[in-house]
Design a protein around this ligand. Sequence first.
Ligand SMILES: [Fe+2]
Length: 278
Amino acid sequence: MGTEVIRLGDVMLAEVKGVDITKPIEPETWATVYQAFLDHGVLVFRDQPLTPGLMVQFATYFGELQPHITKKYWHPEFNELIVMTNLDENGEINPKDDSRGDTWHTDMCYFEEPAKATMLHTQQIPDVGGDTQFGNMTKAFDEMPVTLKNRIENKMATFRYGGVRVTGQERLEKADRGKPPVPHPAIRTHPETGRRSVFVNPAHAVSIEGMEDDEAWELMEEVFAWCIQERFQDRHHWRMNDTVIWDNRCCWHRATANNPLRQPRIFLRTTVRGTPTH
Ligand SMILES: [Fe+2]
């Protein structure tokens, strides 16, 4: 069967058809898949159920997998996988988990080497809601007004696990889980495509080097207001047995946090190790 790449969204979401992701992939087919990943930023593979072992096998084509910062999320057999669930230990819906990840962000940007890519595979999805949104930060940067571009493009920003929503030293330390803040360029150059994109994000960027906090926040708010425009976004509505992978080096994402029927939402997730940003 031939490999087909079909645009599903306006700016970045594409479906790959004709590749059996449960089996070893021929080099030629893999080259097409990987090029589609670099060209589009978010790929969807449908109707292929994955066991945890098969997910690790497929994800490893994109690079070395890395365990999550929080051990309690680890999958019992594969520490490269976490189980992302809105259920608590008693199998009840935990409303806090329904809103987890609902601020635009990139995964593991609070590490010196932020994740290259994130892969999710469905385990259980609600009948309504629970979509994932993606933001094309290459397009957002390309189309940014020059005056704003000039103000942000050579800045280094500081990123923190606990982000900006936590206040008070003790709560902050707890939220950061002992991880010191790390600097990254506000505008990042993609190590493979060479294209530039907005890397500062509202969930984890907390300050800009060489600027007073008020001034830095004013600038970041302007950048974020530009980046969250709908014309830079696509939205994925999950179907069972979907596998989605996105490029954290040039895409933002967020969970939509709506689960009106209060049903379980469970994914297997893994992240591919990245490289330094500067
Ligand atoms: Fe995320």
